[in-house]
Design a protein. Sequence first.
Length: 94
Amino acid sequence: MALSRERANDLSHRILDGLRKTPGVELTADAEFARNRIATALQKWERESELLSAEARKRVLDRARRVPEGSRAFDQLVSEELRRLWDERAARGE
């Protein structure tokens, strides 16, 4: 499910409100600027997540051991491959 612009904006408002209510957190930037940066980061994360999901599915489908797409085993393999991809990204510092 893709993250719509409206949903990203709603989440950014909620995150910003949460930050404002957090003791010890002081926003030095304009609230609108901070909200826009949060929304942009959420949308970027969504795009990257979709690309990694597609890559994980591709890797599972390219395996010699065929697993029916849509099965529980297929979903589990995709989930494991997705975790590996996220871990690889984290190890590279991305």
